[in-house]
Design a protein around this ligand. Structure first.
Ligand code: ADP
Ligand code: MG
Length: 249
């Protein structure tokens, strides 16, 4: 049966770090199969919002439902947390691969430990996703032997190995040399075309315009502007967004 509830719904959510109010009552939703780009100046709360979505941060107020799980409560059981983390993948700017494990081991660790898959089943799946990100030949190497772009593609494959419903990307290309950005964006574009639900914090305005269905512009912990990529990026309404975009180009 088709599920028409939003993948992520957030209403008036607040997040403070001590007296610093980082998310100040932010509201929105991410639909299933939707690719949403989140843009905004450094420090406006983009990473914090993303981290709330998979409970790396706990919200201080408001309502947050992710893939049917209510994350508004201050306490979640280990079982709920494990379920959430397997359903919601995250790809970080700094890849976060385990340096002492081979690529294949990086990909099979969580499926074996968290999902209880057998070695052979998890390896078969890992090879399938490595092929998908164009790294079938790299299964046996260690992360330090890979370029940044390859590392990030491994990180994406690792995320896919958990069969997530949603993948959160936090500036996935910001740590890469410019010539390696394209190969990562291409893999992300392919995922988008296959219908993956994706929230992408990015400074790649071309990607946001061409791949995202919707763009959210955050400013000081709030949604300042949102709409179709064309609306937000080519027809900004506020001066703040205009200034932000002019600095990006
Ligand atoms: P962005 O990703 O948009 O650059 P962040 O969400 O990382 O912004 O940070 C928003 C604000 O919250 C910044 O002022 C940052 O210093 C602060 N912040 C983020 N994480 C923490 C934390 N764990 N403890 C204290 N302050 C934090
Ligand atoms: Mg950030």
């Amino acid at each position: 049966m088709q599920d028409y509830t939003p993948a992520i719904a957030f209403e008036n959510i607040e997040k403070n770090f001590g007296s610093l109010k980082v998310l100040q009552g932010i509201t929105g939703s991410i639909n299933r199969g939707e690719v949403v780009a989140v843009i905004g100046s450094s420090g406006c709360g983009k990473s914090t919002l993303l981290r709330c979505f998979n409970r790396l941060e706990t919200i201080n107020g408001g309502r947050l439902v992710v893939n049917g799980m209510d994350l508004s409560h201050p306490k979640l059981s280990q079982t709920q947390l494990r379920r959430l983390r397997s359903q919601v993948g995250m790809v970080f700017q700094q890849f976060n691969l385990f340096p002492h494990l081979s690529v294949l081991e990086n990909l099979t660790l969580a499926p074996r430990q968290v999902l209880g898959k057998s070695r052979s089943e998890s390896e078969e799946q890992a090879r399938f996703y490595l092929e998908k990100v164009g790294l079938a030949q790299k299964a046996e190497v260690y992360p330090e032997q890979l370029s940044g772009g390859q590392k990030q593609r491994v990180a994406i494959a690792r995320s896919l190995c958990m069969n997530p419903q949603i993948i959160l990307f936090d500036e996935p290309t910001s740590a890469l040399d410019p010539e390696l950005v394209g190969e990562v964006l291409l893999v992300m574009q392919q995922l988008a075309q296959e219908g993956m639900t994706m929230v992408v914090v990015t400074h790649e305005m071309q990607f946001a315009r061409d791949v995202a269905h919707r763009v959210i512009f955050m400013d000081k912990g709030l949604v300042a502007e949102e709409g179709s990529a064309r609306e937000v990026i080519t027809e900004p309404k506020s001066d703040r967004l205009r200034v932000f975009l002019s600095r990006m180009s």
